[in-house]
Design a protein around this ligand. Structure first.
Ligand SMILES: Cc1cc2ncn([C@H]3O[C@H](COP(=O)(O)O)[C@@H](O)[C@H]3O)c2cc1C
Ligand SMILES: O=C(O)c1cccnc1
Length: 350
């Protein structure tokens, strides 16, 4: 590759400190003991800094679910067969998956994007952006070419723009791709330098033998491809996934529009880390929705310096944990937008 990142420059503005200061002042004037809404207060101030408004709004949220297959499933690293990816895309289109239910609950705009499902998916409403029908088996070959990796990021960027144009005020990034906890573990090890044994979990729930195999696959893939943490796009091409690249692009697309991104579980957080390695300014626009059971998730959160909002023992993906956490983010905005001040309510302050 001639250069690591050849796409048009993604301009991400720094946080708006004036809006943050104004939000802080307002939060301290609301009818409650100083600091009593804890992390909701911090969240409101951060949302002001991201959006540039001291009265931030995050409704309606937008959810993008990127779907793709993984050649590494041939190594027996998932508890479910590869066909489930395409079958779940049909389930998303029919409205029956967890992310459909939670998206309806929070009034989200939801789009499913096929960036690399192995089978032909004809499901109505699914955005067809297939880059290739699944990645190569990262144990034996590079998952994709550097050009495909770049295209995946570009597709994600464009989808973030499209859902923003529909009115989304916050973006949730989700995914579907059997085998993608293996690719995410390899990519996280590549980007963070962490030991695969500490990152690789059971994903969909593999037994002990498959778990050992999964760890060996990740270690051998890293030994084979030697991804360079200073070349994140190349690392994506070698050991990543099409949906992971697209999610990273969506993060960049949202951040470039000052749209806060609510990150989901393990795969989503690895994609967010990739986005930050491509464009460090994106980190300011990320909120960690929840903590997944997958052991690597904590490493990914630490690498981003983010504290998740909730921990319900979820390990699903799709954007589900972020969608469940969304009402907390909305509560922070409603607090600052709707609560009375000591002055307006005639309540004595100290
Ligand atoms: C029915 C079903 C629905 C899902 N929705 C998300 N995932 C999650 O599981 C997969 C990753 O786990 P692994 O690496 O072990 O394959 C991804 O598709 C992820 O989104 C699902 C998995 C299944 C089986
Ligand atoms: O944390 C996640 O997103 C996750 C964990 C296990 C399986 N699928 C997704």
């Amino acid at each position: 590759m001639k250069t690591e990142w050849t796409q048009p420059y993604v301009k991400i503005e720094p946080l708006n400190e004036a809006a943050a200061a104004e939000a802080r002042r307002r939060v301290d004037q609301l009818t409650k003991p100083l600091g009593s809404l804890g992390r909701l207060e911090e969240l409101a101030v951060r949302l002001a800094a991201m959006t540039g408004s001291a009265l931030p709004s995050v409704t309606p949220p937008g959810v993008l679910v990127f779907a793709a297959d993984h050649g590494v499933t041939a190594e027996g690293v998932s508890a479910y067969p590869q066909e489930v990816t395409a079958q779940m895309v049909a389930n998303f289109a029919a409205g029956g998956a967890a992310i459909n239910v939670f998206s309806r609950q929070i009034g989200a705009l939801l789009h499913v994007v096929d960036v690399g499902v192995a089978a032909d998916v004809e499901a109505p409403g699914v955005w067809r952006k297939k880059i290739r029908p699944g990645t190569g088996n990262l144990l034996r070959e590079e998952a994709m070419t550097p050009e495909e990796a770049e295209r995946a990021v570009q597709v994600g960027l464009e989808c973030a723009g499209a859902i923003a144009d529909e009115g989304a005020k916050l973006l949730i990034i989700g995914e579907m791709g059997i085998g993608n906890t293996t690719a995410s573990s390899a990519l996280l090890a590549a980007l963070s330098g962490a030991e695969p044994d500490e990152l690789v979990g059971r994903g969909t729930g593999v037994g002990d033998a498959a778990w050992e195999r999964k760890k060996a696959v990740v270690k051998q893939a890293l030994a084979r491809h030697r991804p360079d943490p200073a070349r994140p796009l190349e690392a994506l091409a070698k050991v990543g996934g099409l949906e992971i690249g697209a999610m990273a692009g969506a993060v960049l697309g949202a951040a470039a529009r000052r749209i806060p991104v609510l990150v989901d579980g393990f795969i989503s957080t690895v994609a967010a880390l990739l986005a930050v390695r491509l464009c460090p300014g994106a980190a300011d626009y990320l909120i960690a929705g929840h903590r997944s059971q997958e052991p690597g998730h904590l490493h990914a959160l630490r690498a981003l310096g983010k504290e998740p909002l909730i921990d319900l023992g979820l390990r699903l993906g799709e954007g589900s944990g972020a969608a469940v956490a969304f009402p907390i983010v909305e509560a922070a905005t409603r607090m600052i937008r709707e609560m009375a001040t000591f002055e307006s309510a005639g309540v004595s302050s100290r």
